[in-house]
Design a binder for this molecule. Sequence first.
Ligand code: NAP
Ligand code: GLV
Length: 314
Amino acid sequence: MSLLLAMTGWHVEDWRARFQALLPDMPIVTLGEPFDRRAVHYVASWKHPEGSLAGLPNLAAVFSLGAGVDHLFADTRLPEVPIARVVDPDLTTRMSEYVVLHCLRYLRQQPRYDRQQIDKSWEDDRDQPAARSVRVGIMGLGELGQDAARKLQVMGFDVAGWSRSAKTVEGLATFAGTEGMTAFLARTDILVSLLPLTPETRGTINATLLAGLAQDGRLGGPFLINAGRGGLQVEADILAALDAGTLKGATLDVFEIEPLPADSPLWTHPAVTVTPHNAAMSEPEAIATLISAQIRRLEAGEPLEHVVDPTRGY
Ligand code: NAP
Ligand code: GLV
């Protein structure tokens, strides 16, 4: 019985060493070497090559090495076995750090001071909005969205969330579905996207959505932070809104094409901050520990945790 590590873009040997230490009796195999396909009971995947998981007759479960599973559903030959994803405090904490950092950057006007420093320009500014006067709207109130919301509230922001199904979260204004979208956007000065990429959410961050954001807020216009997935955003629409001044700034960790092509105007736009899809990286120690515990659960006849619903796509 073996565990197959199927990944592209990550250092598979780091992951193998970590899994081997945690599962000493289980052979850990990789796509880059010959292995017995009948012996594979488990797969841990990050963007495995299309079709590479077909023909594993004894496969019992596939584990995403990240919180998102869109990379799995992109494979039209994905085996029909239970799929579990990452829900882990290490990853969640990293994402909340990213969200709080960039909300605070916009609250405290840091991009402006960075430019002033380059120009050696001392422009004292007494108009400093309080966090409580800035409305953050989080799209996606799941594991990551709810943790980010709590931590933004600790900083004093006025936080709301939007999700597919209606939710009650103590201290949080909540909105749901297409019917809740207009009111949610109208009270949002900083929009934080932590949605999964599904057929329903693809292209959500488009011209229509951006036009619905609040223009009357204390920051003088709305800002966008997308750390969900690049497929959620229409980059041409974001650039158009920035150039029109209806969007004041954007921090993007994810892109329509990754790595972001060198000729993308996002790299050099003065109102855009680019990070290389590492808002919440999967740290091998933490994530291999989580998945090894899941394998031990299955071996003990216990149910898998954090199983995704293939019909919803997340
Ligand atoms: P999650 O727990 O599954 O939460 C997803 C949230 O999105 C839920 O609140 C869900 O609504 C909402 N949602 C889904 N489809 C929707 C729709 N059509 N309309 C409105 N709301 C919708 O996922 P998570 O663990 O928070 O992770 C979210 C995403 O973050 C991942 O899928 C991944 O793409 C991204 N991510 C990015 C990084 C990075 O480094 N940039 C790292 C980790 C994760 P319900 O509550 O009603 O189900
Ligand atoms: C990273 O993007 C993840 O889905 O965990």
